[in-house]
Design a protein. Structure first.
Length: 248
């Protein structure tokens, strides 16, 4: 092997190693931020409706979503058990609305044991990005709240038949993606849709209540860089559960 080939191979191996390491670190970083939020959702659901998933639909959903993010079974069980602890923090669900860089609309859902801390943090994220928090309710008609269920595509599932079978349960429409079928319904139909899918023995990969923009807006790549910087700061906060925008 000549020197040039040796150097080329080892440089390539080095870049591949660095790429794999960076990808792994990014995944670990994502999990370190995601798991506490998922755990909090499980604990809140268990405290609110009981620790038995078979009798608590909200807890079943929280566990299902945690599994879809590869949260370890031990973490899930620990989150359920925390609901029984007397000294567990009492979490409050609060929402904030704001305008960020380039006029992007942002809806922030939180679960916090200290609303004073949370609102101060949220305001700082908007203010430092040149935006501001607006009075709650200002964006009420700019987002539609929907029940959303994601299931894997399968030869055994006919999307048209599935949509027809779920109409009475509250299904409004279905979208087909490369590997997933996404079911949408009004947010008030979450329970009936979840029950109908269970009765049909359709395995749901992920389910949630989402706020979808009624008038999505296209932003330039340069604008999106500024917007993403703010969104990253918001999403890194442990009190933040979900963030929605009007980005197309």
């Amino acid at each position: 092997m000549d020197y040039l080939t040796f150097v080329t191979q080892h440089c390539t191996m080095g870049r591949a190693f660095e790429y794999r390491r960076a990808a792994k670190e990014k995944r670990w970083d994502k999990m370190s931020k995601m798991f506490p939020k998922l755990g909090k959702a499980i604990t809140m659901a268990a405290k609110e409706g009981g620790m038995d998933p078979t009798a608590n639909a909200k807890l079943r959903t929280a566990i299902q979503n945690a599994k879809s993010e590869n949260m370890p079974k031990d973490n899930i069980e620990a989150a359920i058990k925390r609901a029984a602890q007397k000294d567990i923090a009492s979490f409050t669900e609060v929402n904030y609305e704001g305008k960020g860089p380039h006029g992007v609309l942002v809806y922030v859902e939180c679960a916090t044991d200290n609303p004073t801390r949370t609102v101060a943090n949220v305001k700082s994220y908007f203010n430092k990005s040149g935006g501001s928090v607006v009075p709650n309710g200002s964006m009420e008609f700019m987002f539609d709240r929907k029940s959303v269920f994601e299931i894997s595509k399968s030869e055994s599932i006919d999307p048209e038949k599935l949509e027809f079978d779920l109409i009475d349960a509250g299904c409004e429409y279905i979208e087909l993606e490369t590997e997933m079928i996404i079911i949408y319904g009004d947010y008030t139909a979450f329970g009936t849709l979840a029950k109908a899918l269970e009765d049909m023995q359709v395995e749901v990969q992920k389910s949630s209540l989402k706020r979808l923009p009624t008038s999505p807006v296209e932003f330039s790549e340069e604008q999106l860089v500024d917007i993403e910087k703010m969104l990253d700061k918001i999403e890194d906060d442990d009190d933040i559960q979900q963030v929605f925008t009007n980005i197309a």
